[in-house]
Design a protein around this ligand. Structure first.
Ligand code: DGJ
Length: 335
């Protein structure tokens, strides 16, 4: 995605204003931003931030905010309403980790998310579509993208023997050739899957062929919070461990081919509390405006006793020539 120089200059002009990781981040109306487990879409030189809206009193599932400088976010409203989500087994579906990409062929904004019910055994993908970035998105379907059976137990609590590998923490990635992929924790979170999407971005490319259109990666590593990005032709994937809402150590994996093989490296975080990702969990990596070697690591510092008050950790990092990833803590920073 090419960002205009004007956009970057606007960001630079706001250098007096800083990011404050972990502090309450208010939108342009002064309300705390509700966009947890989120991601960013860049469209027409505007950033859109989608995330879990955990405001208790409104029936919003996914919120949408817009910005031109990544610091000041205007609430655009509800991108996807809870009431538009299906009811199954007597439960209203809830959503986690929504992400949105644009499909230039269909001219649709395509949202993927983790749809869930009850005690997290539904573990399915959800897809919703909109003609505008703000939505509201129309909910399309819930499903498991890969209907495989690697010998799942007959009584598998997640029904994988019937429906295929689970779909929980997830992300989307659009490659330079325009093809899109979803990364997600599967097999009861034991193994990450990367799956190429169909031309509309509404499902997996079919027929799904292992190691050709999709792959099992980070096998039996039990990783969550996949945050992919690309640098100098190589694919990077930051992930967390799997400890509920509690923070743990991140690590990262690198591949020449998006379908693997992937090689895993140690925790890239440095500084105070780095062993617990500064109290956060990866959700997204955003290329820094106008800089090919710089990125912003986005993480959620969950507050399980008050989820709406979970905070955002946005931290900049630069990749050196050898590609070793380091994410230092900063109390505050600006472009
Ligand atoms: C960790 C995941 O990363 C979150 O998105 C959420 O599903 C929590 N687990 C629930 O415990």
């Amino acid at each position: 995605m090419v960002l205009s120089a004007a956009l970057f200059l606007f960001g630079a002009a706001r250098a007096d204003l800083a990011f404050h990781p972990g502090e309450v981040w208010r939108d342009t109306d002064g309300q705390p931003i509700q966009a947890h487990g989120g991601g960013i879409l860049i469209y027409s030189n505007i950033y859109y931030w989608y995330g879990e809206d955990r405001t208790p009193e409104i029936r919003s599932a996914v919120s949408c905010y817009s910005s031109t400088n990544l610091l000041d976010w205007k609430r655009e409203g509800v991108a996807l309403w809870q009431t538009n989500l299906p009811i199954a087994n007597g439960h209203r579906t809830f959503v986690e980790r929504p992400k949105v990409i644009y499909n230039p062929r269909t001219k649709k904004f395509v949202m993927w998310l983790h749809t869930e019910q009850g005690r997290y055994h539904f573990a399915s993908a959800g897809v919703a579509l909109s003609d505008t970035p703000m939505g509201p998105f129309t909910f399309l379907k819930t499903f498991r993208p890969i209907t495989n059976n690697i010998g799942f137990a007959e009584d598998d609590v997640d029904g994988q023997n019937k429906f295929g590998g689970t779909f929980r923490d997830m992300n989307l990635f659009v490659d330079d050739d325009g093809r899109a992929y979803t990364f997600y924790s599967s097999e009861g979170n034991w193994t990450m899957y990367v799956v190429r999407l169909n031309a509309d971005f509404t499902g997996p490319e079919l027929p799904a062929v292992e190691n050709k259109t999709w792959s099992r990666i980070l096998v039996r590593q039990m990783r969550e919070g996949p945050a992919p990005f690309k640098w100098k032709g190589k694919y990077f994937l930051i992930t967390s461990a799997c400890t509920g809402w509690a923070p743990n150590a991140a690590n990262y994996s690198v591949a020449e081919n998006i379908l693997g093989p992937w090689k895993t490296f140690e925790n890239p975080c440095t500084g105070l509390d780095s062993a617990k990702t500064f109290g956060g969990q990866s959700t997204f990596v955003l290329p820094s405006p106008g800089k090919s070697d710089q990125f912003i690591f986005m993480a959620d510092r969950w507050n399980p006793s008050d989820l709406p008050d979970s905070r955002y950790l946005w931290l900049p990092f630069t990749l050196p020539a050898d590609g070793t990833l380091t994410i230092p803590w900063r109390d505050q920073w600006s472009f």
